[in-house]
Each structure stands twice: as C-alpha cells, then as structure tokens.
Design a protein around this ligand. Structure first.
Ligand code: TPP
Ligand code: MG
Length: 594
C-alpha cells in the first residue's frame, strides 16, 4: 500500500525505528491480530514503512505464530515476524510458541506492553494489559526475550535476538516494546546494526576426531542403521544423507521431523522396526528422541517397550543437549552413545561421507560387504512397499472410505503435479504409498493437534508464486480449533488444496477410551462420549464457502473423490484456495509403532 498523495512519510516516531530494523533484517511477511498496545508500531509499518513487509491479518494469535512456523519449515529456516498484542495476544499464542520451540522453528516475535511509566497508563485497560516483564510467561520455551527500557536498547537487542534465533538449533525469540515508547517522538539518533556486519555466526563443525571415530565404527560395522530426525531442515540435508547412505550401503530410518530421505530410495526402511533388532550400530543424525523410532510399543499402552539388542552401539552427530528445555521434557529419554560429535549435520554428514570414502578406497573386503548389504536392504525395501500397497487396498470399496483409500485417491491426482504436502501424513500412510522424491515435498510430519491448519497455511504462503500444488490433509478436529483460519487463505489468496481427513471424531482419544474400556471391562459403546464430532455433522465445504474458499463435499465414496479433487485443483491453479471434504472411517492407533 502506498501513501497516495502524501509522499513518503518522514521518520519521526520511535516506532519508526523498529520498522527500520524490520526492514534491515528482510523479513518477508508479518502476521498479526490487531491491538492498541502496538498502535504506534502498526501506524509506522503502514505509513512510514509503506506496509513492506506486508502485515497479514490472522484471526487468532496461535495461527499467526503457526503460519510463521510453517513458513520457516517450508523455506528451510527463513524467519517471519509476528506481532502479538500485549499480554492477552501473547497468552493466546503460547501453545503455538511452545510447539515452535520444540520443533526448532525460527520466529521473530514482537510484542508490546502497556506503558511501564505508571503516569502514562490509561485507566483500567492499560493496567490489565501490563505485566512485570511480559516475556516471563514464555521464557521457558523461547530462546531469548527482552524488553528494552528505552529506544536506546532496541537495535542491539533486536540484533542479538536475530542471531540467537538463527543459531542452531533454531527457535523463537520475543522482543517486547513499551506502548508509550513506541508513541514517543524521536529526539536523538540510536545507531542501527551496521550493514555488512554478520547477522548470524557461521555453523558449528563437529569435532574432527569424533567424526573419525564414527567413520571407523561405521566401516567396521556389519549392520549399521542411519537414524535421521532434523537433517532435512537444511535444503542440502536430503541430498547429503543420500550420499552418506549410498557410500556406506546402510539402511536409513527417517524420523520425519523434516523430510530427511527419499522414501522410495532402495535404502529407505522407515517403519520396519525389525531393522533395529539386528543392528550392531545406530548412527543418530540430528536426533532428539531416539526411543520412539528404535523401540516397539503400543500408543495406547504404557511401558512394555522393546528396543535394539543390548550389544548394539550408538553414536551421534547433532546438537545433543544444546538448547534443551529446563521446563518441558520434549528431549525424551537420554540415549547413551559411545561417541557424540556435537555440531551441525549440514557440515558433519558430508565430512563423514568423505572419511568413509577414504577408508573404503582400495579396501576390497569393505566394498564387497557394502555392496552385499545394499542388495539385501533394497530387497527388504521392495518387500515393504509391496506389502503396504496390498494392505492399503483392504476395504477398498467401503463407505465411508478408508484413510488408506483417501491416500491412494489423492496420490492418483497429484502424482503428476509438482506437489508439496503440508503436515498431516494420514497416520503415516502417505509415506508408505506416495513418492517423496524431493527435499521440498514435505517439511516434516505434523507435531500435534491444533497445530496443523496454521502450519499448513505457512507452508502454503511459503510456496505462493512457485507454481507448486500445496496440499493439506486436514483432520476435522484440528480444523475445529481454528476454523476461522480458512479465511486467511482466501483473504491473502494462498493457492492451496485442503482435503479434509474427516473421521467425524477426535479419534485419537476415542481410541484411548476404547483401550481403557477393554482394560477395565467398561462399556466400549460409550467410548465416543466427549469424542465424536457428529450430530450435528460439521459441514466443512459450507464452512469453507462461508470464508470465501471454494468447497465441495461431504464425499464418502472413494470413487467420487478423484473427480472432486480434480475440480478443486483447477481452482487452486487459478490462484485460489479450495477445500474437498472427504469423510473416512476411523482407524486404530494401537499397532502403529509395533
Ligand atoms: C491442544 C490440544 N488439545 C487436545 C489434545 C488431545 N488430542 C490429541 S489428538 C486429538 C484428536 C484430534 O482430532 P483430529 O484432529 O480430528 O484427528 P484424529 O485423531 O481424528 O485423526 C486430541 C483431542 C491435544 N493434543 N492438544
Ligand atoms: Mg478426526
């Protein structure tokens, strides 16, 4: 937007200086929900800053943060800026900030507080909306927060926050600006961080001796397994891991916090837990939680885990304990390792590949062992995909369609497009049926309920203008938390396809109640109470239309889905969002990790 008729507004207010910093660091977008605590900054962004980067209005602060979260994932670590209205906007955003923290998403959050100067507080509301250091409420799950006392403290803290946010492991930071300070005129100059100074330090190379020791172990091992969790957060991570795997001829398990490895590569064995039973070495590559990946367990039952044999050695390249929370325990159970190389896999993996090449060059026995292993892993890989293809067709014609049929129908219409999947993986079925052949196909699996529509919108925003077809598999319960979020896609013209995974339930939890009914011999027929999302059945196509999004459905028969998806894709290709409501059966969680 321009200031037609007014020309460029002169820099005059302290909030104009904050705009200089926002521009200095090249943020692409700002997401926000309005509030008077940042009316000074709001006016400066529009008038002094000419709304560049543009402010994108959201209907919930949680969604504003999640859009930035999804954007950073889909751009391999590019941060957006989010503005949150004093403590109430901040409180609304807390869960999204927590998830961004544990998912290592860099987000620059700007907050505002009522005036710390008591004489400048308006009666009532400025008191209710002012706290003694607002950042306290999110300090346990941000990398840093600061509340400058005066404009003099703004540029330096901004620069420091930016550096902290993008130093690995990435995460959100929070800067809180006093409403009265924003509205003060500029009476003296405060220098900006100089152009040409380094914004973020160079990444950390893992210790060379530790890498040598890991390379020795990998070459000596008969059955090594590569376990990767966040490697694909760097664009090069996906290709780097392919090179390492092919060099050592080792099977790969992708924990999918990013897309780390092509699922149809012959060395991919993800979901075949038996691979760990014969492993003599597990190489963790930027892994936070090892246990969920390497152990067999049931989602609904407690205890009873079985993992790799006691003789199996573990080594790692990654961030180990750097940045773990002092509050939440998202770090999982600690994995004892014989070697731990602390640092960035972006640098560590290519170096490991080089060290292994050195060791196997001219070593015929090692080369033969690797070639033989590659052949055996490829056979196992082919067997897995053949088995899953057959399993996915069980109940093919049932009504409502199975989630597996939904995955098959979607694949049929997107496979020849340049597609991107946003978050949900249909209980892992898409990773067993689709072909994830490029790093940008998927920014990693969803991280929980009430996160998915927001993160998906961020992935859509990141891909706007690329010509790629962005597809969100959208669970019904997740959308019901933030139904207004669909408006964001229409308002800001984000071309993306929402396909409802509508099992008319918060089924994850219904399944838990069924388990307890069996355990306690209570009435399984009552397990749906407090869980079902029918009677009335939400009309998601109608909801979409009410928000300005093209909508069709509900569709219960698999055979009707393909034509509806094709109609929706036409709409998306015209630059607009579309939603197809697919109704599915409900599938149990119990067996997923067995
Ligand atoms: C904020 C929050 N509230 C509640 C839960 C508990 N919970 C986990 S999964 C789930 C069900 C989500 O339903 P839906 O998105 O439709 O997915 P489905 O389980 O049906 O596949 C709920 C309520 C949670 N994880 N987070
Ligand atoms: Mg559901």
């Amino acid at each position: 937007m321009s200031n037609a008729g007014k020309g460029k507004i002169e820099r005059k207010w302290q909030s104009d200086m904050i705009v200089d910093l926002i521009k200095r660091y090249n943020f692409p977008y700002i997401t926000m929900n309005p509030g008077a605590s940042f009316r000074g900054l709001h006016d400066s962004i529009i008038n002094y800053g000419e709304n560049e980067p543009p402010m994108l209005l959201c209907q919930h602060e949680e969604i504003a943060v999640q859009i930035a979260h999804g954007y950073s994932k889909a751009t391999f670590g590019k941060p957006m800026l989010v503005i949150l209205h004093n403590l109430v906007g901040l409180l609304h955003a807390t869960m999204a900030i927590y998830y961004a923290f544990i998912d290592r998403a860099p987000i620059f959050i700007v907050g505002a507080t009522g005036p710390m100067h008591e004489g400048k507080r308006r009666p009532d509301i400025d008191w209710k909306h002012t706290a003694l250091v607002q950042g306290e409420v999110i300090r346990q799950y941000t990398k840093w927060d600061y509340q400058p006392h005066a404009i003099d403290g703004v540029p330096e803290s901004f620069a420091r926050a930016y550096s902290i946010m993008l130093t690995e492991p990435h995460g959100p930071v929070y800067m809180c600006y006093d409403a009265a300070m924003q509205e003060e005129p500029i009476t003296y100059e405060v220098p900006q961080p100089p152009i040409g100074s380094v914004d973020v330090p160079a990444p950390t190379m893992p210790n060379p001796e530790a890498l040598e020791a890991i390379a020795d172990k990998m070459v000596a091992s008969d059955n090594p397994v590569l376990l990767a969790q966040y490697v694909g957060r760097h664009e090069c991570g996906f290709e780097n891991l392919v090179e390492l795997a092919e060099t050592i001829g080792s099977p790969v398990w992708d924990a999918n916090s990013s897309l780390n490895f092509p699922n149809r590569h012959p060395l991919c064995v993800t979901f075949d837990k038996s691979i760990f039973e014969t492993a003599d070495l597990i190489v963790g590559l930027d892994v936070r939680d090892w246990e969920k990946q390497t152990h067999r367990f049931s989602v609904t039952e407690r205890g009873n885990l079985t993992g790799p044999p006691a003789s199996c050695d573990h080594v790692e390249v990654g961030f180990a304990e750097v940045g773990i929370s002092k509050w939440a325990m998202d770090y999982g159970r600690m994995q004892p390792c014989s070697v731990r190389a602390l640092g960035d896999t972006k640098l560590g993996i290519p170096e490991l590949t080089r060290l292994i090449c050195q060791r196997i060059e001219g070593n015929a026995a090692a080369q033969e062992k690797i070639a033989k292993r590659k052949g055996a892993v490829a056979k196992r890989h082919d067997g897995l995909f053949a088995k899953w293809d057959a399993e996915a067709r069980v109940g093919y014609d049932s009504v409502p369609m199975t989630p597996q049929r939904l995955a098959l129908e979607m694949w049929d219409v997107i496979k020849d497009e340049d597609w991107v999947l946003t978050a949900n993986t249909l209980k892992y079925w898409v990773r067993k049926l689709w072909n994830f052949d490029k790093a940008y196909r998927h920014p990693g699996q969803d991280i929980g309920t009430s996160t998915q529509v927001g993160i998906s919108l961020g992935v859509g925003l990141a891909n706007k203008g690329t010509g790629r077809l962005v597809v969100d598999i959208q669970p019904d319960g997740d959308l019901m938390f933030d139904a207004g979020a669909l408006w964001f896609a229409a308002k800001h013209e984000i071309p993306m396809l929402f396909v409802m995974y509508n099992n008319r339930a918060y089924y994850n939890d219904w399944d838990h109640q069924i388990h307890l009914a069996h355990e306690r011999d209570t009435d399984e027929a009552k397990a749906h109470i407090g869980m079902d999302l029918f009677g009335p059945d939400p009309d998601f196509a109608g909801l979409a239309r009410s928000m300005g999004v093209w909508g069709e459905g509900p569709i219960e028969k698999g055979e009707d889905l393909g034509p509806a998806l094709r109609r929706a894709i036409e709409v998306v290709k015209s630059g607009k969002p579309a939603l197809v409501d697919a109704v599915t059966s409900r599938i149990t969680q119990k067996a997923f990790h067995a």
